[in-house]
Design a protein. Sequence first.
Length: 296
Amino acid sequence: AQTYVGFDSITQQIEHKLLKRGFQFNVIVVGQTGLGKSTLINTIFASHLIDSKGRFASDEPVRQTTEIQAVSHVIVENGVKLRLNIVDTPGYGDQINNEGCWDPIIKYIKDQHSAYLRKELTAMRDRYIQDTRIHCCLYFINPTGHALRPIDVIVMKKLSEVVNVVPVIAKSDSLTLEERDRFKVKIRDELIYNNIRLYPFDTDEDDEEEVQLNETIRQIIPFAVVGSENNVIIDGKSVRGRKNRWGVVNVEDAEHCEFMHLRNFLTRTHLQDLIETTAQIHYEAFRSKQLLALKE
Ligand code: GDP
Ligand code: MG
């Protein structure tokens, strides 16, 4: 009989090492001004990460974020450390001439790949490279109920070539459930029609379970979300919600909106896959292009 040497403890060793190092997750939010980008981020990650209140006093004109801005946070849950970079972008597509308004966002994403590559190529490279590559791009769609705007199609197409794009229908409390479902189907059709391939991507290595998980996600995307930084009382309990004259939206109630689906997707089910896909598909494509250009 073989003697037990104990290498099965490698999973604990890896876990210990990973726990010590923590995880890095970088998200960018993209979309028109006022679609609730900052609010949603704050709703997802609970604490007030980006101060979207105060800046919008009722009679003050909505002030635009004028530059791409990365904010870092460390969140700890049960001893697991998540370093979170949230990149807020100025609302684009607000102008009459929107030509090229997406360029700074694409450039920002590529710059992170480029910085990572530079560090990788350094002879005495660090054992652990600080990762600023964007793992997920939440793309905010105006809740018109009609169709995507031409600019949405252009920008999502461009973005999908460099980053994992996850579309969300912003402020979906402004749509009835029927409108919402019709809008979702319409958007999915338009994405296919325009040949925009979004995350999740199937790979040959996927097992049954992963294929199934991806399929579930595809049936939900685009996530119809509602964000709120305020709590409201429902049945004596304080929950994240929006209250108006005719009722209350409980952000965390799956009957009301798909916020919980999105949050579970980002933090529970696809966090690791978003990180992996970024490295294996988007960064790899960038890297091989750059290295090829170097040779010439
Ligand atoms: P940003 O410019 O995309 O970052 O938008 P903000 O997060 O600053 O939100 C703009 C305004 O929309 C604020 O007054 C928010 O309270 C409001 N808002 C944010 N999310 C929602 C939502 O899901 N539904 C509704 N009805 N309003 C929202
Ligand atoms: Mg904002």
